[in-house]
Design a binder for this molecule. Structure first.
Ligand code: 5GP
Length: 184
């Protein structure tokens, strides 16, 4: 029997998942966020081992071969994956573990771990989402366009998630998420 709950936590690029996540971590000490591996370049201010484990394509493919990922996917030309052991260790210790992952990975987890809680964060409007993605200023135009195309694709997957949460206000959204977990 696993003690903690596994949470698939997904949302469009720029929707504010990271900000809500920080709030969740500050509100509840049973919440933990899984640190993923990725082959994309770090953004300014991102720290290896904190935001992601930034690894090479070769190393990533080696981990795939060794069955080291609970799930993994390609998103906008880069690999992203959840290291399996770290997540299971945290669940064993009773933590509620959030996987901040995109839809392909989310679907893999729902299949593999049907007892997971799945939450999709949606924006008040898609105009607002595009503005936020651009205002963030962390990506070049080509990457922004790829991410906007990914949003269109991701809309088709919202229906598979057991909960959708509107990010109209960070505090409110975080409280709603904690309630969902409490009641699941
Ligand atoms: P970003 O490059 O903005 O940090 O992340 C791009 C997308 O990849 C986001 O939707 C993010 O949630 C997702 N992502 C981050 N880590 C993982 C992971 O381990 N697996 C999967 N499938 N997606 C991830």
């Amino acid at each position: 029997m696993r003690k903690g709950k596994l949470i698939v936590y997904t949302g469009y690029s720029g929707v504010g998942k990271g900000t809500i996540m920080k709030k969740l971590l500050s509100l509840d000490d049973r919440v933990r966020l899984s640190v993923s591996c990725t082959t994309r370049e770090p953004r300014e201010g991102e720290i290896d081992g904190v935001h992601y484990f930034f690894i090479s394509k070769d190393k990533f493919e080696d981990m795939i071969a060794k069955d080291g990922f609970l799930e993994y996917a390609t998103y906008c030309g880069n690999y992203y994956g959840t290291p399996a052991k770290a997540v299971d260790d945290m669940l064993e210790k009773g933590y509620n573990v959030f996987l901040e992952i995109e839809v392909q990975g989310g679907m893999q987890i729902m299949k593999k771990r049907p007892d997971c809680v799945s939450i999709f964060i949606v924006p008040p409007s898609f105009e607002e989402l595009e503005r936020r993605l651009r205002d963030r200023g962390t990506e070049d135009e080509e990457t922004i366009l790829k991410r906007l195309a990914a949003v269109e694709e991701e809309k088709n997957f919202v229906k598979y998630y057991s909960h959708t949460v509107l990010n109209d206000n960070v505090d409110r959204a975080a409280k709603e998420i904690l309630e969902i977990i409490h009641n699941s």
